[in-house]
Design a protein around this ligand. Structure first.
Ligand SMILES: [Cu+2]
Length: 191
C-alpha cells in the first residue's frame, strides 16, 4: 500500500499564532446563559467599536439580558410613551459602583461606558417590575448560549484560561480550560 502522506490542508497550522474555539453547554433554568473567558495576561482587551443598545419598550427592558465586553459604551433608549428611569444599585454587589442615569422621556438616549467588569442589575424606579441584566465581561471572549444552553466562543489564542458561566438566579461557576485548537467545557449551575 502507498505510504505517501496527505498534504497538510489545515489552514490554521500554517499560522504562527494558533487559536481555537471553546464550545460547551450550560445546564441551568430556562432562558439564555452568558459564558466568558476571564482576564489572562497576554489577552488583549481593546475598547469595542460595536455599539450596544438597551431599549425600554412596553414597560420592559429589551433585551432582558445583554453581555458586553469591559470598556463598552451602551446606549439606553426610551422607546415608550412614558418616562423611564434607569439605575443600578451595585455592580457584582459593589455598591460603590451604583449609578443612576436619571429619568428621561420617549425618544431620548443616555450613554454610559462600563469600565468595570461585573453583573449589572438594571432597574427603573418608576416601574418596580422592570428589571434586566447587563453582564460586563473582563475580556471580549464571550458568548450567549442558545435556549438549550449550547455556546461557542470563537478564535481564542491557544493557552490556559478560566471560563465562567452565568445564569439569572443561579450561582456563577468558573472552570479551567486549555485551548489548543478546540476545547470543550460544560457547566451545571446550581441555585
Ligand atoms: Cu420604567
Amino acid at each position: 500500500m502507498g505510504s505517501a502522506q496527505a498534504p497538510d490542508t489545515n489552514p490554521a497550522s500554517s499560522q504562527s499564532a494558533h487559536s481555537g474555539n471553546i464550545i460547551g453547554k450550560v445546564g441551568a433554568g430556562k432562558g439564555i446563559s452568558i459564558v466568558w473567558v476571564e482576564a489572562t495576561p497576554g489577552i488583549a482587551v481593546a475598547k469595542p467599536a460595536k455599539p450596544f443598545t438597551f431599549s425600554q419598550k412596553a414597560l420592559r427592558f429589551e433585551p432582558h439580558i445583554l453581555a458586553v465586553p469591559v470598556g463598552a459604551s451602551v446606549d439606553f433608549l426610551n422607546n415608550d410613551s412614558v418616562p423611564h428611569n434607569i439605575f443600578w444599585p451595585a455592580i457584582s454587589g459593589n455598591k460603590k459602583l451604583s449609578h443612576s442615569l436619571g429619568t428621561f422621556p420617549k425618544g431620548q438616549t443616555r450613554v454610559f461606558q462600563f469600565t468595570a467588569p461585573g453583573i449589572v442589575p438594571l432597574l427603573c424606579n418608576v416601574h418596580p417590575e422592570m428589571a434586566a441584566y447587563l453582564i460586563v465581561t473582563p475580556t471580549p471572549y464571550l458568548a450567549e448560549t442558545d435556549e438549550s444552553g449550547s455556546f461557542k466562543i470563537a478564535d481564542i489564542p491557544d493557552g490556559s484560561y478560566a471560563v465562567t458561566a452565568w445564569h439569572e438566579g443561579y450561582k456563577t461557576q468558573t472552570k479551567p480550560v486549555t485551548v489548543a485548537s478546540d476545547a470543550r467545557v460544560d457547566f451545571t449551575l446550581a441555585k
